[in-house]
Design a protein around this ligand. Structure first.
Ligand code: SF4
Length: 370
């Protein structure tokens, strides 16, 4: 039974009501019990828990230090292509937007990646829109094979693929997969994904399972924050992550917290998520999932990211550029979204040290599985 099958008995709207109806006693019961199940997690992210956010954050901090120590992994996204056949209403790369479309040649990809390597990165995240012709499996394998001598860990955040294709990428040197469901609300999902292969909710939600079956060491999920109620998204994310952890126990499951940022098209998030909401969501997930990697990108401001380091974050991007070829050139094409933390990787690493944590550029060596 896939996660999609499992949630067929679960109504987004009923779950949202259940979350709203939790009382302070439910929150206290959840916090005083040892094991955290989904029902208790519902209490933990309910409005009734807003009053005890400091307690949740304190627990998140203790758990994170116990499980991970005082470290923050650093990685860099690298955009291979902004060509896309989908029409996601919130994204600059939406196929109907009139922007310059570019795809890096393998040589250009190596040049961009070498720049990131020179800055200290040993974990790279390859990102692209969904265009199977511009970014074919063959192209991806060639890029990865040319980058693997530079990086100990190569992750992908591209379009969903089948298990066999993922196996080929894993054999080329990819060890991590990130795929956001964007929203777990199937009705909203249909509204914000207007055209293209991405309209298939089921194909997308089962992607992390195909990645797990292909043997990726790291599997990342997330919801695009601002599209719908963050509390309900958090409960679906918690259920999804726990499902993946149990089923693909050899892989580390990570959760990202992408808040919608300004992009071409001027989409306005219907359900804005405040800083306090994001702290609540991230720390509650840490309490529910002590071993999950929690990622915070440069979509967030430097002040917010610095404050979140002790509260549960285990990995951060740094010095990011969301334009294709933007690390070594000055392309005319638009970025996928605006970033908020403009510090260099070195500056981010220094700040992490100042806060009393260790920046980790390399946390994996492919030799472990050779
Ligand atoms: S979110 Fe991804 S799939 Fe959707 S338009 Fe942007 S690049 Fe394409």
């Amino acid at each position: 039974m896939t996660f999609y099958d499992q949630i067929q008995n679960c109504s987004w709207y009923k779950l949202a009501e259940q979350i709203d109806q939790r009382a302070p006693e439910d929150v206290h019961a959840a916090l005083s019990s040892g094991a955290m199940d989904v029902d208790r997690f519902i209490s933990l992210v309910s409005p009734a828990a807003d009053e005890v956010l400091e307690e949740i954050a304190r627990r998140a901090q203790i758990i994170t230090e116990q499980r991970f120590g005082r470290i923050v992994g650093l990685y860099a996204p690298m955009y291979l292509s902004n060509s896309c056949t989908n029409s996601c209403v919130y994204c600059s790369f939406n196929a109907s937007h009139k922007i310059d479309r570019e795809t890096l040649s393998v040589e250009q990809a190596v040049s961009e990646a070498s720049h990131l390597h020179d800055q200290g990165f040993r974990h790279i995240l390859l990102v692209s829109g969904e265009d199977l012709e511009a970014v074919s499996l063959h192209y991806l394998k060639e890029v990865v094979e040319n980058l693997r001598h530079l990086f100990d860990s190569i992750s992908i955040e591209i379009y969903p693929m089948g298990t066999e294709d993922y196996r080929e990428l894993a054999a080329s040197g990819v060890d991590g997969l990130i795929i956001y469901q964007e929203t777990y609300n199937p009705d909203l999902y249909a509204r914000v994904h207007e055209a293209g292969r991405k309209t298939d909710y089921r194909w997308r939600i089962e992607t992390p399972e195909r990645g797990g079956a292909a043997g990726f060491r790291r599997i990342g999920i997330g919801a695009l924050l601002g599209l719908d109620d963050w509390r309900t998204e958090a409960v679906y994310l918690a259920m999804h992550a726990r499902y993946l952890m149990r089923r693909h126990w050899r892989s580390q499951v990570t959760i990202s917290f992408p808040r919608l940022r300004p992009a071409v098209g001027g989409y306005t998030p219907p359900c804005p998520v405040s800083d306090r909401d994001l702290v609540h969501m991230l720390t509650a997930l840490r309490v529910f999932l002590p071993d999950a990697g929690l990622l915070l990108s440069t979509r967030e401001s430097k002040e917010f990211r610095d404050n979140m380091i002790p509260l549960g974050v285990t990995s951060m991007s740094a010095g990011s550029c969301t334009r294709v070829g933007g690390y070594t050139g000055d392309p005319a094409s638009a970025g996928q979204f605006e970033i908020a933390d403009h510090r260099s990787p070195g500056e981010v690493a220094e700040t992490i040290k100042d806060i009393g944590y260790e920046p980790v550029w390399k946390d994996w060596d492919a030799a472990f599985i050779r």
